[in-house]
Design a protein around this ligand. Structure first.
Ligand SMILES: *Cc1c(COP(=O)(O)O)cnc(C)c1O
Length: 352
């Protein structure tokens, strides 16, 4: 896997169609006005009304008792793992999930928590027997298996609720607590045709990103019971995530939670348009597994991923190269014209 966001490609002020990630969305005039007008306090003292309002609103939407605003999804997952586990505990997590593959092993480095990567099902979930077999015996040689982390959506796929529930049941049977990395839980809910609270049901904690498809400039919210959130608040302080007039960011988060969730359906429709258009191109193999949301995964022979990404940049389309596959992410700054231009660009590259 490569991390194109670290490749140093600057796009500010350059007219490219940026399909690297749904994190690249920029606040529009309305969102900037909301931020400018936000009522703020000092959130470390607990008196920033915009932060408190966002936390209340997110707890209600996700269906938990309490919630906590953090600067990033990585810190939100980390605070959750630190609150659930102690040194020498073990967290089970899908091998490709963000917590295992893209958070610099923070839980291990800072928390002394062992991360055990598990094989995933084709749908992105984890089979119950994979979980049961990974739980260590009560033996002084072993870490104490404490937590199961799931992810939904994962790799752009919404994991079916029955699959998710079977994993939760296996975790519960083994006495584990459970955490959902719901960075894109609203995409999952949209694709599954259920409420976000339904996707979150059964977990002890849930982390939600505001800065992905919802389009806020920064921020994540960790949701769970009040006692857990109190513990996570102390970890957030320790991790340097206690912010002061963070109501400016929280107001943006609250705005997108209220006004942008419904737009995700359009991202999914445009991704589907792209998927079906790209499937017509000879030499491109488009992932069509069920549960697709706002991402398009391509495989192709011949041209290397780096070369294809470079050729597409020549067409005005920015895509991060992977290893033999390519991820395209549709988001709210991508309109119909951008999809047409992207398809035309791919056709031109593959006709050449
Ligand atoms: C983006 C993301 C996160 C958190 O990322 P940050 O960049 O730290 O906000 C966590 N999990 C998943 C699945 C993600 O996609």
């Amino acid at each position: 896997m490569s991390y194109p966001m670290e490749a140093g490609v600057g796009t500010a002020g350059v007219n490219v169609i940026d399909l690297r990630s749904d994190t690249v969305t920029r606040p529009d005039a309305t969102l900037r006005r909301v931020m400018a007008e936000a009522v703020v306090g000092d959130d470390v003292y607990g008196d920033d009304p915009s932060v408190t309002a966002l936390e209340r609103a997110m707890a209600d939407v996700i269906g938990t008792e309490a919630a906590l605003f953090l600067p990033s999804g990585t810190q939100s997952n980390l605070a959750a793992l630190l609150a659930h586990c102690g040194r020498g505990h073990e967290a089970l997590v899908g091998r490709s999930y963000h917590i295992y593959s893209a958070e610099a092993a923070g839980a291990s480095v800072l928390g002394g928590i062992a991360l055990e990567p598990l094989a995933e099902l084709p749908c992105g979930g984890i089979a119950p027997d994979t979980i049961s077999r990974a739980v260590k015996p009560d033996d002084s040689h072993c870490p104490v298996t404490r937590l199961l982390c799931l992810e939904n959506t994962t790799g752009g796929r919404a994991v079916p609720l029955a699959t998710q529930q079977a994993a939760l049941d296996a975790a519960r049977a083994a006495g584990l607590v459970t955490h959902l990395d719901g960075a894109r839980i609203f995409n999952a809910a949209q694709a599954l045709g259920v409420t976000p609270a339904r996707v979150a049901a059964g977990f002890d904690s849930v982390s939600v990103c505001l800065s992905k498809g919802l389009g806020a400039p920064a921020g994540s919210v960790l949701c769970g019971p009040a006692a857990f959130i109190r513990a996570a608040r102390r970890w957030r302080k320790m991790l340097g995530g206690g912010m002061r007039q963070s109501g400016i960011l929280a107001a943006a988060g609250h705005h997108v939670l209220t006004h942008h969730v419904a737009d995700l359906a359009q991202d999914h429709a445009r991704a589907e348009w792209l998927r079906s258009g790209l499937a017509q191109i000879d030499g491109l193999d488009v992932e069509t597994a069920p549960g697709q949301t706002n991402m398009v995964w391509l495989r192709f022979a011949g041209l290397g991923a780096q070369d294809l990404a470079q050729a597409m940049l020549g067409q005005g389309v920015l895509i991060g190269p992977g290893e033999g596959s390519l991820r395209i992410v549709v988001h709210r700054d991508i309109d119909d014209a951008a999809i047409s231009q992207t398809l035309a660009g791919f056709r031109a590259v593959f006709a050449a």
